[in-house]
Write a protein that binds this ligand. Structure first.
Ligand SMILES: Nc1ncnc2c1ncn2[C@@H]1O[C@H](COP(=O)(O)OP(=O)(O)OP(=O)(O)O)[C@@H](O)[C@H]1O
Length: 231
């Protein structure tokens, strides 16, 4: 279980508070207006932001003493965090060893992850030689290999067209299921939330609300959310 216990953070004039829990293995969308604090909430989990008060706990353990690299967390951003000068295989291999000194067994695992996302023939290409959808697959292969218990996504597929985005969300759901990951995904698109996330955290007025079932929330949104969704 992921728990925000009395978390308070101020960034300039901006304030965010969060008291909520997310069950292990849950898939949760994070939605709210621009500037409401969605990325901030993820930053508190990944450790790039530190709460002024309160604690973020994973499986009952306060994450505060752990640096971002030590946390049980993978993060995926819209730009897919691919290194342009490394090959596809090397980009995926970084998920196992940042120094890329991979053993033969680790190389096998990289090949297996690339095959899993349908890129077995592209290991030697550079990211720039791939389509947007293929680049997303490389990023997913790395996530698959890292197999960290918490997966945070910040509008990961925002640059893709609708059909490709749906395909990626389904692949992501499969991978999350396989690795038993707990997933939080920031999105501006309610259809993404419906497709991928049984539960949703709404952030508004400086507060991250506990997750609620996505379908009923979007079918009958509270006034703030309705205004934001344009309904
Ligand atoms: N270092 C900082 N100093 C002051 N204010 C900050 C800082 N970082 C972020 N903010 C403010 O915190 C608020 C929340 O930002 P955040 O990026 O979490 O919003 P968001 O909901 O992810 O927005 P978007 O949907 O536009 O990506 C914003 O109002 C932003 O301007």
């Amino acid at each position: 279980m992921l728990e925000f216990r009395g978390v308070r953070l101020a960034l300039g004039d901006f304030r965010l508070s969060a008291d909520l829990t997310v069950g292990t293995g849950a898939r949760v969308a994070v939605i709210g207006p621009s500037g409401s604090g969605k990325s901030t909430l993820l930053g508190l989990i990944s450790g790039f932001l530190v709460p002024d008060q309160g604690q973020v706990l994973w499986q009952g353990r306060d994450l505060a003493p752990l640096s971002p690299g030590q946390r049980p967390v993978s993060v995926l951003f819209q730009d897919q965090n691919l290194f342009p000068h490394l090959s596809v295989g090397q980009n995926v291999g970084l998920g196992l060893r940042p120094d890329l000194r991979l053993s033969p067994a680790e190389r096998e695992r990289v090949a297996g992850a690339l095959a899993r996302v349908g890129l077995q023939d592209m290991a030697d290409r550079r990211p720039a030689q791939l389509s947007g959808g293929q680049q997303s697959r490389v990023a997913l292969a790395r996530v698959l290999l890292r197999a960290r218990p918490l997966l945070l996504l910040d509008e990961p597929f925002g640059a893709l067209g609708p059909a490709l985005k749906d395909e990626m969300l389904d692949l992501l759901a499969e991978i999350a299921g396989q690795t038993d990951a707990t997933v939080l995904m920031v999105t501006h698109d309610p259809d993404d939330a419906r497709r991928f996330a049984p539960e949703t955290i709404v952030i508004h007025d400086g507060r991250a609300e506990p997750p609620v079932p996505t379908g009923p929330l979007l079918d009958d949104p509270p006034p703030d959310l309705k205004a934001y969704l344009g309904g």
